[in-house]
Design a protein around this ligand. Structure first.
Ligand SMILES: *Cc1c(COP(=O)(O)O)cnc(C)c1O
Length: 360
């Protein structure tokens, strides 16, 4: 069977060589006589799998030694609460709201601690980033939270220059982690659910600077305590073993592609092709300011919304799937993570041009 081009925001496409390797190793991982799914997480085989995954991730992202890498569960959504529970101490936190996900993060933080809105672009319908002058910090902030790629609204922070440097930055990178090099040392904590650009659902990645740990209240449930998770190598209980294994294969695939600088070049080329097609057309429209358009999640509307369903059906006939936009924004959204090949974006823009020509 032919594989389709899956433009889903997540769970999303995985690299084909990763799926093929997982298939080949499914019943018998490297002469162990078992599937990775059947292994004790404390056995020597699995210990080597998780250790290799961490080593490869550290190499890919150039993670400094004073950062812990945690393989957790509960998705980015649990992090919305777990972050303030671990980092606040008796202080508050500041949140920059640039779309649906950072708005949720703030709301959840306010359930478990003191968190305030430092800036919001909601009045611009989340089509831009705030200027430095719009960001109002509170004097006792333990951290400043941002979402560096807003998956629903298609707004990406291409640099951190507009953010104050005085307080640790906590970043939700769920939908663009590993899509480009980042300077980890500029962040206090980086987190993301795996199912967009890392691997299968069920795994949540947290990268945290060691000195930020140790502020959790004594009554914090043990499972939620980063320091305890770090002490136990993310194995306080059974980790999501198979998801970590697949993520490890993705890390190796990324290294074979030439690492994050190389994959970023491909991602830039893919995004450019799609934005150029949108901007050159009179049918399609993307509302985001040029300087903060996402390379990963590209929403676009049709200026005749009554054509939406016909567009989706015609796309499907060309093996282009999961292109329908989020209900908050409407229209379409093409998520083009690392695993979406250039050929998929080319197929999409060829189809978009043909559809526009037919509907003039
Ligand atoms: C998908 C997403 C989330 C939620 O992730 P879960 O793993 O489903 O909890 C949070 N933040 C961003 C930016 C996302 O794209």
């Amino acid at each position: 069977m032919e594989r389709i081009y899956n433009f889903s925001a997540g769970p999303a496409m995985l690299p084909l060589p990763v799926l093929e390797q997982a298939r080949d190793e499914l019943l018998n991982w490297r002469d162990s006589g078992m599937s990775v799914m059947e292994m004790s997480h404390r056995g020597k085989e699995y210990s080597s799998i998780i250790a290799q995954a961490e080593t490869d991730l550290r190499e890919l992202m150039n993670i400094p030694a004073n950062y812990k890498v945690l393989f957790l569960q509960g998705g980015a959504t649990l992090q919305f609460a777990q972050i303030p529970l671990n980092l606040l101490g008796d202080r508050s936190a500041d949140y920059v709201v640039t779309g649906a996900w950072s708005k949720k993060a703030l709301k959840e933080a306010q359930k478990v601690g003191r968190a305030q809105l430092a800036a919001s672009t909601e009045d611009s319908l989340y089509t831009r980033l705030p200027a430095a002058s719009e960001i109002k910090l509170s004097p006792d902030a333990a951290y400043l939270h941002v979402c560096t790629n807003e998956t629903v609204h298609g707004v990406e922070m291409h640099n951190l220059d507009f953010l104050p440097g005085s307080v640790p930055i906590v970043a939700d990178m769920s939908s663009h982690i590993l899509s480009r090099p980042v300077d980890v040392s500029k962040y206090g904590l980086i987190y993301g659910g795996a199912q967009k650009n890392i691997g299968p659902a069920g795994l949540t990645l947290v990268i945290v600077r060691e000195d930020l740990l140790g502020k959790a209240p004594v009554n914090l449930p043990t499972m939620l305590d980063y320091a305890v998770q770090a002490e136990n190598g993310s194995m306080l209980n059974t980790p999501p073993t198979y998801s970590i294994y697949i993520a490890g294969l993705v890390f190796q695939w990324l290294k074979q592609q030439g690492g994050l600088a190389a994959i970023a070049q491909t991602n830039i080329a893919k995004a450019r092709l799609l934005y150029e097609t949108i901007d050159a057309s009179s049918l399609y429209h993307n509302p985001v300011e040029l300087s903060c358009r996402s390379r990963m999640n590209i929403p676009f509307t049709l200026n005749q919304p009554d054509l939406d369903n016909a567009f989706i059906a015609a796309a499907k006939a060309r093996d282009i799937l999961s292109i329908k936009g989020h209900k908050m924004v409407g229209g379409m959204r093409a998520s083009i993570y690392n695993a979406m090949p250039m050929a998929g974006v080319e197929a999409l823009v060829t189809f978009m041009k043909a559809f526009e020509a037919e509907n003039e």
